[in-house]
Ligand binder design. Structure first.
Ligand code: HEM
Length: 129
């Protein structure tokens, strides 16, 4: 029986395992290879993001919307539902490999919700220009 996500260490394991898969993915890998110079810092940052999102108890200061609009622009507006679908599949897969329970379920739900929002906003940002 797997445990649920409970601590920052749990979240860090999830985030690090997920980005191992992302980096190895032929479609998603190049987006991250270009953007991320310091992987340890990225993993810490994303651990803080997910810890804040799941447990509402850390201070994440970032602007994911701006970040993704920039990533899309840096890649000639080539982000589509394909990248979002692959991202979510890898996230779900990693969660299922390592954890189960209400927080694990919520981590899936929140990613899907945020994915829909980011996707929509990326398209909006393209039309304005
Ligand atoms: C589906 C749901 C997704 C969620 C929940 C998500 C979440 C995040 C978050 C929270 C950050 C950190 C933002 C910051 O603090 O600056 C981030 C960074 C990033 N995301 Fe996503 N993301 C998603 C999908 C994607 C997709 C589909 C791609 C690529 C096609 C992508 C590419 C990136 C890259 C390259 C960065 C790092 C940018 C940088 O640090 O310069 N993300 N993401």
């Amino acid at each position: 029986m797997k445990k649920d996500l409970q601590t920052r260490e749990d979240v860090k394991l999830l985030v690090a395992s997920f980005y191992d898969k992302v980096r190895a993915d032929t479609v998603l890998g190049p987006f991250f290879k270009e953007a991320i110079k310091d992987w340890d810092a990225h993993i810490e940052r994303l651990t803080t993001f997910w810890e804040a999102s799941l447990f509402l108890k850390t201070k994440y200061t970032g602007n994911p919307l701006e970040t993704h609009i920039k990533v899309d622009a840096d890649h000639q507006h080539s982000i589509t539902q394909v990248q979002f679908g692959l991202w979510l599949n890898l996230w779900f897969q990693t969660i299922d490999e390592l954890f189960e329970g209400d927080y694990a379920q919520n981590a899936k739900f929140k990613a899907r919700k945020m994915g829909s929002f980011l996707y929509l906003k990326i398209f909006e940002a393209r039309e304005i220009k």
